[in-house]
Design a protein around this ligand. Sequence first.
Ligand SMILES: [Zn+2]
Length: 221
Amino acid sequence: MEASAAPMARRLMDEDTFTENFKNVNWPRKTYLCYEVELPDGDSRVPPGWDKGFLRNKPIHMPGPPRDAEMRFLDLISSWKLDQKLRYRVTCFISWSPCADCAQRLAEFLRENSHVSLRIFASRIFTKGDYKAGLRTLQAAGAQIAIMTSKEFEHCWKTFVDNQGRTFQAWDELDAESRYWSMELQRILQPTAPPSLPPLYFPPSHPVPGPSFHSLRGSSG
Ligand SMILES: [Zn+2]
């Protein structure tokens, strides 16, 4: 077994790490992943205290090959050998949405483990490579994917951060950034429109004077 070292005590993320990585106006160069596994009653396969935690990607300067946070999470959850007869609900809060490779691997995991459901909340979307196809594949495999709102940021603050008893303080632009990324995600995940339909946009509160405007309106009824 790989994880033979001292059991991972339920450690908490320091506030600076949370802010640096999850604050959705930042562009951190690493990825943090917080996870929660809802265990069926009586299942003791997950070591005590391991049902919640966080990890980060393994960067190049650390020993061994680099490994993305999602892959490390899959290593962890696979090592638990969850009972096929029970149902588990996994929620991940990730500072960047999964890259194309991780999305594929997560999708494979879900297809091979129908007793596990997965919800992913991302602070922002990782936009390199074939990320759109990856996210669609992941959704098609049954994962629920959403962007973190103030509710999820606050939940993470309360659950994973060494918050010293302080309440969550939202930052400026939290909601605006969250809305922006949510719209981007919706665009990626919605079924693709036929290419023959160009986008139509008429500003609703921007009257255009002139006869052409009236004739246009007249023709549309
Ligand atoms: Zn990845």
